[in-house]
Design a protein around this ligand. Sequence first.
Ligand code: GLY
Ligand code: MN
Ligand code: MN
Length: 452
Amino acid sequence: MFFEHQEYQTRCQKLLAQMADNSAALIPAASLVTRSRDTEYTFRQDSDFHYLCGFPEPNAWLVISNKDGCPSPMLICQEKDEQAEIWHGRRYGPEKAEQSFAVEQAFGLDDIEELLEEVLNGLDSIYFAQGHNAEADELVFSLLESLRNAPKQKRTAPSSIIDLRPLLHEMRLFKSEAEIAVMQKAADISVEAHIRAMNHAAPGIFEYQLEAEILHQFAYHGARSAAYNSIVGAGENACILHYTENTDKLNDGDLVLIDAGAEYQGYAADITRTFPVSGRFSEPQKILYQLVLDAQLAALNVIKPGVTLKAATDVAIEVITQGLIDLGILNGTLEENIKEQTYRAYFMHGLGHWLGLDVHDVGSYQHKGSERPLEPGMVLTVEPGIYISASSSVDDQWKRIGIRIEDNILITEQGYKNLTEKAPKSIEAIEALMSGNTSSDAKVVKDVSAAV
Ligand code: GLY
Ligand code: MN
Ligand code: MN
């Protein structure tokens, strides 16, 4: 259980309030996935299931229903099993699950087909995320088929299957106070990890060694998984947007881009910082870095309720495009370059995305056919970048430089709160923090509060 029962009860009530009469929502837990032979990838709970009940095991189902006589929420989970628990770990079992989680009743998985068929029988509609989980699809479709084939036994299948995701994902887009507190914790752990990486950077160490510092900080503070594969790209590697090999050596004179965020109690942080391996920016690096930072600050400056992500994106594009024209990297007028989208050769991704249980979180970016205005309670990233690879047709001084600066932004009534503001990002703050770096094995995590 991650939140108070009340938090989950509120979520389930909110969902029920939007559901048709005589219907049920069926939400399967995630399954274990084989990594090799008899070992599995670290289990991660399905985000929708986690959101509605917080139950942490695989092989489970949550049913939320307004059908007469149907317990709701109803959890179906693995039975207790002494042998299985000796080998694979503890299980709650239905009895303890019912006491520990915000569910009305819990049942054992052994009876799942009978239980679910009984729920489905006589319903008008079900809410279900078809295509999301193949095993779950198979079970639900076979139960529906079995009901359809039993009219003489006076059993009836629901006639409509409604996609649960639009309802649920709209709810997930707006974070509660309790969720914001957990996201702040994920952000804080991730900020410290980036500071630790800055403290350990030095020519001669490998990208994977900085990744190790990041992961150490995550795990040590209770975030046992990263929210996504960490990107540690030095020099030219910083120009590969989803570079995750992290195998190369850091060279003096290069920048290193780290995009890494912790997952804490299911919630993601997503921070990028770019800094010099040696602790001092070269002149061309400084110029491009300040341009990305100016673009981010300009975008943040317009972010508040009522403004769209597209409007903030346009502000960042304008700053970057004008900056690239001023440097001679782009030619022509601002208007022409924006119209032709020439900046996309160097800033080829969006400005940001929703953030929550998933790093690229759910929720529609459109509202009634147009760009959606930001509202209090939404959390998004703001992450402009400039990437100039060795093969670009520009002056050599700009080549092999990839820069992204990414923060996690909560929309508030007044404007926004930057959840990751403590990660140093001005040139002065980064250089001050890294000024004590002397060698790869003599790093101490310093107090950076003065440098931020
Ligand atoms: N780390 C993935 C992203 O920034 O979107
Ligand atoms: Mn990122
Ligand atoms: Mn991101």
